[in-house]
Design a binder for this molecule. Structure first.
Ligand code: GLC
Length: 459
């Protein structure tokens, strides 16, 4: 593609990005499924317990949509709630979008920098989009040429980008997750060019074209298998696009083969498909309203968008800390959405916000990592977590944005005995108990941010 065309693609993208800003807020979100089934495989159960200790992870969305900085994949889906720029016909728009494959050239690709930033933020696990709904592969798939490894980046020694992303995080002992979209809008056996594509589903009747459907099923199963076999050890297989079930793409076969091989204990997350292959639930862009004592994770974006978007606003460090405190007290993990830039780095604004989270976690991480829930877990701005022994408790005062840390913190119940320590500086703090009511006196001069206290619960 010529320089001029490249430039046009980017300008278009900037304009689009502004238009989708508002739209993304109410874009499609996966709800939480309405039930949970504990897995029976011992190795999976063990890995799940280990994962529940991690608490804080990152979900990277990186793909064609990152080039212009628009919503991930959804603009090529013709459902009513999606707005495209006015001047495009639907077909014209799709053509422009597919053409981004000829432009995407992340010459600054630096997964080691991603891993440094996320480690410094206190994150412990990562999930990477190997393929989003648009079908563009961020790995060198044997089954399609529609991938980062075949465009302008083909000559780069790191063209098989997923491999390098996973390895950079393995190097830092993160738990590793593979995001994969079951629906594939580029695969002709899913969206066949013979018909229009009115919505997210395959665009034909399965009874009418059983051969197409079978080819789509095989294609998907083959790609999942190649990821599980050729990209190293995974802890989590995170499957998006719950309008197609794992069963429809032979997930059981993929999993049993993978778990019998190098992926022992692989946690399967067939999102929103309640049952044996949804080993944890994934409420999206929201936090459940109460404590839940089976494995779950909220996936929430750091900006308004999963992918990189020009001019985005990011949550502050304190906001992220407060979200993490609430989720931990309710028994879940936080998977924070971050979009690397089209050039392939994590930009300074993201780094800035995450740095503060890491700093807070280095001082207060005891109240988060490896904790479990405690029955009385919340009062006002205070969230309670517990060590696995159930007697050491943590109270996190989540300071609301734009408020000043109060001189005293109060709650009823969870009565302490003995010393109470402020994790931020490791010093004892004074408190008094009247009946069931606890009042903690915070020392003066503390930084204006959320604080965490450690104490032993009275028997
Ligand atoms: C939804 C969206 C998808 C996004 C995912 C992240 O499933 O369809 O675009 O990747 O959420 O949680």
């Amino acid at each position: 593609m010529s320089g001029l065309k490249k430039c046009m693609a980017c300008i278009c993208g900037m304009v689009l990005a502004c238009q989708v800003y508002a739209q993304e807020e109410n874009s499609f979100v996966h709800e939480q499924s309405d039930g949970y089934e504990w897995p029976t495989d011992k190795a999976v159960l063990e890995n799940l317990e280990k994962w529940r200790d991690q608490k804080f992870g990152v979900l990277f969305h990186w793909g064609l949509y990152s080039v212009p900085g628009i919503v991930e994949s959804w603009q090529i889906c013709s459902e009513g709630w999606i707005t495209r720029p006015g001047e495009y016909t639907y077909e014209g728009y799709k053509e422009w979008y597919w053409g981004l494959a000829n432009v995407f050239n992340p010459t600054a690709f630096n997964p080691e920098q991603w891993a440094d930033v996320m480690e410094d933020a206190g994150m412990k696990y990562m999930i990477f989009t190997t393929k989003h709904h648009d079908g563009f592969c961020m790995f060198d798939s044997r089954y399609t040429d529609f991938s980062i490894a075949k465009g302008p980046f083909a000559e780069n020694p790191r063209r098989d980008v997923a491999r390098y992303v996973f390895d950079a995080f393995r190097e830092k002992d993160f738990m590793i997750g593979c995001y994969f979209s079951k629906p594939d809008w580029h695969c002709k056996w899913f969206w066949n060019p013979y018909y229009a594509t009115p919505n997210r589903m395959q665009n034909y009747k399965r009874e009418q074209h059983p051969d197409w459907w079978a080819k789509y099923q095989d294609f998907t199963k083959n790609q999942l298998t190649e990821l599980m076999e050729n990209y190293g050890r995974f802890d989590i297989l995170w499957l998006d696009g719950g309008w197609i079930t794992g069963e429809e793409v032979y997930l059981d076969d993929v999993l049993s083969k993978a778990r019998a091989g190098r992926q022992q204990g692989l946690i399967a997350v067939d999102r929103t498909i309640k049952g044996k292959n949804e080993n944890y639930q994934t409420p999206e862009r929201s936090i459940p309203d109460r404590q839940i004592n089976h494995p779950w994770e909220s996936c929430i974006t750091l900006s308004h968008s999963w992918a990189w978007a020009p001019g985005a606003k990011y949550k502050t460090s304190n906001e992220v800390v407060n979200i993490l405190a609430e989720i931990t007290a309710k028994g879940g993990c936080l998977l924070l959405g971050v979009g690397p830039t089209p050039e392939g780095i994590i930009q300074p604004e993201v780094e800035e916000s995450l740095k503060g989270v890491g700093k807070w976690l280095r001082a207060n991480g005891k109240a988060i990592y490896s904790t479990r829930t405690t029955p009385y877990y919340h009062e006002g701005n205070v969230w309670f977590t517990a060590d696995k022994d159930g007697r050491t408790l943590y109270a996190i005062y989540a300071l609301p944005e734009n408020e000043v840390l109060p001189g005293t913190i109060q709650w009823t119940g969870n009565v302490p005995e003995g010393n109470m320590v402020l994790l931020g500086n490791g010093r004892k703090v004074g408190y008094k108990v009247v009946g069931e009511q606890v009042t903690v006196m915070l020392p003066k001069g503390l930084k204006n941010e959320s604080v965490a206290l450690q104490f032993t619960r009275k028997r």
